[in-house]
Design a binder for this molecule. Structure first.
Ligand code: FAD
Length: 465
């Protein structure tokens, strides 16, 4: 077996791992990154990017279809559109391929060696990789575990054939006539909405009393209204049991305890993701865990000296930008810089229709932490730009300390507001107060004026409502 050495070895080239490796390369650290699949990880290959491509395609198709059905308030009409889904998928795959190549190119530019193969721990400093040309031993001073996460199956409804995870849903070659989505969290609703817009009959089965249980009810309500307007059937308080005897339907227990079955061509199970911690000898290291996740400190150090962990494998929020921020920080720590996790907030976006953005604390969370708060929201029905874009449903909400007006959280729901997350995050990181937002000139006409107005409203002097 050949043997090589390096200062830093990163296992997994998802957003956490590749960002860590690129930054380490920039800092002159001799770095190797090992990836079993394609560079970019879940996010680029079977997560963020392909799902957003599909959502965009579905939105375009729905707009045109609406026009053919006389639903366009803008007076636009056209003949019935057709959908060549194979081309849609080819377009999506083209974006993914381009970005795969981009990540590989960036690693190369930073002087990082990318080794393709499945890594396995021999001990805390030595990893064996099954490469195409045979086994390769790599010894490193420091190791970063960035192996990510995988979909959680329902034991009575294992993946296979009709029962699929988000990974298979993003690789379908035709639109299922009837799609049942088990799990009304962000992944299930993003994909369910896209397939409905593309022509599938979609039913969502959610065990909690409402969809998007991780968001507060005020934020999820506009999404619920939109799903209903789209014609998505949502069963809340309902439990998916198992495939029916003929394998063509899903047995469900409804909120009232009734047993029913939902015929489905595909059953998309999106009930959560679990850390990828098995199958690569991690148990030999006996690292501390918190539940299923690896325990890390504020520098992403695990319980073993010289072994760091970043990204989904370390717990919630399982988001690409958190993984990237951790990766960058760890590279700088390995280079000898003084860094620790000191971020005020990690934004989270749900790319449903409308989109939800949350940054910092929701009102109930802030009150729960003992803050006396000032909170208010500004509705998009009073925002000119939102009306011109037909984006009337939704609002922006600010949560601030009552005593000194320091912003603790900013949330919003509305079509196309994902891009506002940057302004929200910056405000929180910079320690902005309601008065700072109120004193900032926001360009007109933009949906961002809703942020300005929410701050003004909280201060008691909104102009446009
Ligand atoms: P991953 O991206 O999971 O990468 C881990 C990599 O490690 C993989 O490439 C894997 O092959 C490799 N690996 C694992 N074990 C080994 C081994 N032993 N040897 C070699 N390689 C190994 N997040 C957002 O922020 N925004 C979104 O809009 C969003 N949308 C999503 C949509 C879907 C459908 C899904 C499933 C996820 C979405 N996410 C989104 C979550 C996001 O994809 C993850 O948070 C992110 O990818 C985590 O990055 P990571 O680097 O920790 O791990």
């Amino acid at each position: 077996m050949t043997e090589i050495t390096c200062k830093l070895l990163v296992i997994g080239a998802g957003p956490g791992g590749y960002t860590c490796a690129i930054r380490a390369g920039q800092l002159g650290i001799n770095t190797i990154i090992v990836e079993a699949e394609k560079p970019g990880g879940t996010c680029l290959n079977v997560g963020c990017i392909p799902s957003k491509a599909l959502i965009h395609a579905a939105g375009e198709y729905e707009t045109i279809t609406g026009a053919t059905e006389g639903k366009s308030a803008l007076g636009i009409s056209c003949a019935k559109p057709s959908l060549d889904f194979a081309r849609t998928i080819a377009w999506k795959d083209g974006i993914v391929r381009r970005l795969n190549g981009g990540v590989a190119g960036l690693l190369k530019k930073a002087g990082v060696r990318l080794i393709a193969g499945h890594a396995r721990f021999v001990d805390g400093k030595s990893i064996e990789v099954e490469t195409r040309s045979g086994p390769q031993m790599i010894r490193a001073e420091t190791v970063v575990i960035a192996t990510g996460s995988e979909p959680i199956p329902i034991p009575s409804l294992p993946f296979g054939d009709r029962v699929i995870s988000s990974t298979e849903a993003l690789a379908l070659t035709e639109i299922p006539n009837r799609l049942v989505v088990v799990g009304g969290g962000y992944i299930g609703l993003e994909l369910g909405t896209a397939f409905k817009k593309l022509g599938a009959a979609v039913t969502v089965v959610e065990a909690a009393p409402r969809i998007l249980p991780q968001y507060d009810g005020e934020l999820s309500a506009p999404v619920g209204r939109s799903l209903s307007a789209l014609g998505v059937t949502v069963l809340t308080g309902a439990k998916a049991k198992a495939l029916a005897a003929d394998g063509k339907a899903l047995a469900v227990e409804t909120a009232s305890g009734e047993q029913t079955s939902l015929e489905a061509d595909k059953i998309l199970v999106t009930v959560g993701r679990r850390p990828a911690t098995s199958g690569f000898g991690l148990e030999t290291l006996d690292l501390d865990t918190i539940g299923p996740f690896l325990r890390i400190d504020d520098r992403c150090r695990t319980s073993m000296r010289g072994v760091f962990a970043i990204g989904d494998v370390t717990g919630e929020p399982m988001l690409a930008h958190r993984a990237m921020a951790q990766g960058e920080m760890v590279a700088e720590i390995v280079a000898g810089r003084r860094r620790a996790w000191d971020r005020v907030s990690i934004p989270a976006i749900c790319f449903t229709d409308p989109e939800i953005v949350t940054v910092g604390l929701a009102p109930s969370e802030a009150s729960g932490r003992g803050f006396e708060i000032k909170t208010d929201h500004f509705p998009f029905r009073a925002n000119g730009r939102a009306l011109t874009l037909e984006h009337e449903d939704g609002f922006i909400r600010t949560v601030a300390r009552a005593d000194n007006h320091l912003l603790l959280g900013i949330q919003g729901v509305g079509a196309g507001i994902a891009e506002l997350s940057a302004a929200f995050s910056l405000a929180l990181e910079m320690g902005a107060r309601l008065d700072d937002v109120a004193m900032t000139i926001h360009a007109h006409p933009t949906q961002s004026e809703g942020f300005h107005e929410a701050a003004l409203k909280s201060l008691g002097h909104a102009i446009h409502i």
